[in-house]
Design a protein around this ligand. Sequence first.
Ligand SMILES: Cc1cc2nc3c(=O)[nH]c(=O)nc-3n(C[C@H](O)[C@H](O)[C@H](O)COP(=O)(O)OP(=O)(O)OC[C@H]3O[C@@H](n4cnc5c(N)ncnc54)[C@H](O)[C@@H]3O)c2cc1C
Ligand SMILES: *[C@@H]1O[C@H](CO)[C@@H](O)[C@H](O)[C@H]1NC(C)=O
Ligand SMILES: *[C@@H]1O[C@H](CO)[C@@H](O)[C@H](O)[C@H]1NC(C)=O
Ligand SMILES: *[C@@H]1O[C@H](CO)[C@@H](O)[C@H](O)[C@H]1NC(C)=O
Ligand SMILES: *[C@@H]1O[C@H](CO)[C@@H](O)[C@H](O)[C@H]1NC(C)=O
Ligand SMILES: *[C@@H]1O[C@H](CO)[C@@H](O)[C@H](O)[C@H]1NC(C)=O
Ligand SMILES: *[C@@H]1O[C@H](CO)[C@@H](O)[C@H](O)[C@H]1NC(C)=O
Ligand SMILES: *[C@@H]1O[C@H](CO)[C@@H](O)[C@H](O)[C@H]1NC(C)=O
Ligand SMILES: *[C@@H]1O[C@H](CO)[C@@H](O)[C@H](O)[C@H]1NC(C)=O
Ligand SMILES: *[C@@H]1O[C@H](CO)[C@@H](O)[C@H](O)[C@H]1NC(C)=O
Ligand SMILES: *[C@@H]1O[C@H](CO)[C@@H](O)[C@H](O)[C@H]1NC(C)=O
Ligand SMILES: *[C@@H]1O[C@H](CO)[C@@H](O)[C@H](O)[C@H]1NC(C)=O
Length: 634
Amino acid sequence: MRFLAHFLWSSIFIGSVQATIITDDLSKVVNLSFEFIVVGGGTTGLAAANRLALNHSVLVVERGQNLVDNEVVNDPFAFAAGTPSPCRFSMNSTPQNSVDGTYRSLPLFYGSCLGGSSSINGMMGARPTFASMNAIEALGNPGWGWNDFLPYMQRSENFTPPNPSQIEEGANYIAAVHGYHGPVGVSFARPFVAPVLQRIAKKTTQTVFGGEVTLTPDMGDGFSGGHVSSFYYQIHFNETLHSDRRSSSAWSYLYPQAQQRTGLTVLTAHQVNSVLTSASASGNIIATGVLVEPTIGGPVIMINASREVVITAGALQSPVILQRSGIGNATFLRTIRIESVLDLPGVGANLQDHIGLYNTSFPLAPYANTTNVTGGANVLAGIVVAQPTAQDTLGLKDATALNILLRNLSTEHAVSVGGVVNSESLATQAAVIAEAYEIDRMQSFQAPLWSINQQHIVDPFIEIFYSPGSVYLQVAAHTILPLSRGTIRINTTDPSADPTVDMQFLTSEVDIHAAVAAARRISLIAATPPFSELIAENALKESGVPDVNATEEEVRKWVLETYESDIHFEGSHSMLPKELGGVVSPQLLVYGTKNLRIADASILPLSVFPHPTLGLYGVAEKAADMILQTIDTC
Ligand SMILES: Cc1cc2nc3c(=O)[nH]c(=O)nc-3n(C[C@H](O)[C@H](O)[C@H](O)COP(=O)(O)OP(=O)(O)OC[C@H]3O[C@@H](n4cnc5c(N)ncnc54)[C@H](O)[C@@H]3O)c2cc1C
Ligand SMILES: *[C@@H]1O[C@H](CO)[C@@H](O)[C@H](O)[C@H]1NC(C)=O
Ligand SMILES: *[C@@H]1O[C@H](CO)[C@@H](O)[C@H](O)[C@H]1NC(C)=O
Ligand SMILES: *[C@@H]1O[C@H](CO)[C@@H](O)[C@H](O)[C@H]1NC(C)=O
Ligand SMILES: *[C@@H]1O[C@H](CO)[C@@H](O)[C@H](O)[C@H]1NC(C)=O
Ligand SMILES: *[C@@H]1O[C@H](CO)[C@@H](O)[C@H](O)[C@H]1NC(C)=O
Ligand SMILES: *[C@@H]1O[C@H](CO)[C@@H](O)[C@H](O)[C@H]1NC(C)=O
Ligand SMILES: *[C@@H]1O[C@H](CO)[C@@H](O)[C@H](O)[C@H]1NC(C)=O
Ligand SMILES: *[C@@H]1O[C@H](CO)[C@@H](O)[C@H](O)[C@H]1NC(C)=O
Ligand SMILES: *[C@@H]1O[C@H](CO)[C@@H](O)[C@H](O)[C@H]1NC(C)=O
Ligand SMILES: *[C@@H]1O[C@H](CO)[C@@H](O)[C@H](O)[C@H]1NC(C)=O
Ligand SMILES: *[C@@H]1O[C@H](CO)[C@@H](O)[C@H](O)[C@H]1NC(C)=O
């Protein structure tokens, strides 16, 4: 049925007029001029371009292909099945911290096709929290607090409330926090995946956290810390076809009839080499266009932008484009013979990612092998999600220790590897995080109307999620607010070469504390009924996850041996004051430029989006809104 449904989806276009031009033929754009050029047709790029093109000419340049009819990309169930996707690529990190002073290189995955990483991701729908957005605002970014940001997330969203049978099976929502008229489909899976496992996962989580992690109807209300719930997904459900489809940014902002834009041209299979700039009388640099070349190699041509260039190539690639354009650490750029246009040492710094503990699959008990536990044919990753706070995770005593760690950070290491441009930057970020966690003091707080029984503002510290499978049940975990800071640097001007990405994973003791605590909770879940009754008797031993009685040292060793990149790259040119290594202003303008903006995951100064996508649509919507406002007022 899914195959039939996809056939119908693509046939919507046959015989109908398409206003948006999607082409891989450079000659179709070579002599045109555009008001805006958007660099990267991924998650944020297509969202921003859609809004700008309502009344302006916009060119999107995307390195990857248009995979509109690709079954693997469109099928929401292909991700958990592990089906290889033609949109999925990876590069290797430099060797990272591992056990006993050894190092290992980790694969860093990303999407490269229309829709970018939203065309290959797990579609898990999460949002930042009230406290974490206010932390971003507190870092010198007025207008980015939760109350200002929520409307932009809602603007992008087309939420389908759970139906009575899904509610019966454990889905729920808070109507006021969602958006219903945006393009991005957000819904619970139909059929609801593995309802028995969902119920058991929620019950066991509550037991393992001693009742401190409680059920919430909706993880998107801004107060997810300390809660557990069923996950919703970036999945579009079509009532007529009775079929699910991945709601990538391409299927949300580009392909549907209602999203066609006469002003929009999308050039695929071409990459932007660099941004063209010129000096201006005011001293600020002006972006005049981009240099474009076929992704497989070929002649470079210039395309002009009369208003702005907006960079949305993702947190791994955007800093590479800036560096090739002479925007970055001038001393460093000189070593690879790139002439400096703007000295901005924060380009490629403050890079963050969550670390994931995914080698946590427990063999299923034979009698538990039923669809309501395994998910049957329609499996999704992460059907139940818990976001414990620092106190839930560590216990109060350790939380106090964490607070001391946070407020007494040694920043010398991060500075010496270039992870941050000065020690004040990391110390300021850590102080803001400590405030957000509210570790040492509870603040009375006026809860919003929708909020259920919020006594205090606390942020999630780790996330745990349960995934079904026909042979294993997985209980994965990842950190949510890392303190380790890495770097991205090019070592050649060749655009086909990968940059040098040094994540500096687990170099902060705070991050190791979080990961070790997360691992201990995974062990405990596997040993606690009713979840323990779903898995084989020796499941914990077979999984390799440390025993519940393992020593601190043993757990630490396992963490360092098995951790992976959570592929949530953020922050590689952050929205921070320039003196703290910031690269963009709260208006997302690159400092020292008049019209060069960045609007993707790289602008987040703190990695506070537990799963980034729904928050990133908010970033793209806000970016487009700010750009259109400057045009209207000049
Ligand atoms: C495997 C995987 C699973 C994930 N699971 C989830 C999940 O379940 N839930 C969630 O919320 N998030 C998830 N994420 C993270 C999320 O998808 C990303 O954080 C988000 O999509 C990033 O959006 P972006 O716009 O910053 O970059 P992207 O969406 O990656 O877009 C960047 C685009 O720019 C293009 N590009 C790069 N360089 C150039 C160039 N020089 N010229 C032209 N184009 C260029 C790329 O081809 C790409 O299309 C996952 C990510 C991955 C990789
Ligand atoms: C672009 O313009 C130039 C100069 O007018 C012309 O020589 C060339 O043929 C044009 N290219 C295309 C593809 O139209
Ligand atoms: C783009 O700008 C350059 C430099 O100003 C100019 O020479 C060129 O003709 C412009 N191209 C188009 C297609 O307008
Ligand atoms: C579109 O642009 C034109 C000309 O700049 C302007 O008059 C009009 O109001 C704009 N429409 C919208 C919807 O912004
Ligand atoms: C569902 O699919 C039908 C048939 O292709 C289509 O006409 C309709 O617009 C779709 N509904 C939505 C909400 O996309
Ligand atoms: C800039 O790069 C140089 C050379 O790699 C390095 O020594 C210096 O510390 C960097 N400056 C900043 C502020 O990161
Ligand atoms: C569960 O059932 C599936 C499908 O029948 C089978 O492939 C799998 O091996 C079974 N798993 C266990 C643990 O028995
Ligand atoms: C789970 O599914 C099996 C097989 O379809 C069914 O017999 C059983 O009643 C279900 N259990 C619950 C608790 O729904
Ligand atoms: C803070 O760090 C310094 C240097 O590492 C150490 O001497 C001091 O005891 C620490 N303070 C606390 C409260 O942990
Ligand atoms: C540049 O970095 C890449 C990735 O780390 C590496 O494979 C390559 O050998 C480096 N090239 C040079 C010239 O240093
Ligand atoms: C995952 O755990 C299994 C079982 O302990 C082990 O054999 C395997 O090497 C681990 N894989 C990784 C990538 O750590
Ligand atoms: C773990 O420790 C508890 C309490 O000391 C003990 O009852 C239990 O048997 C131990 N479990 C294992 C697997 O060693």
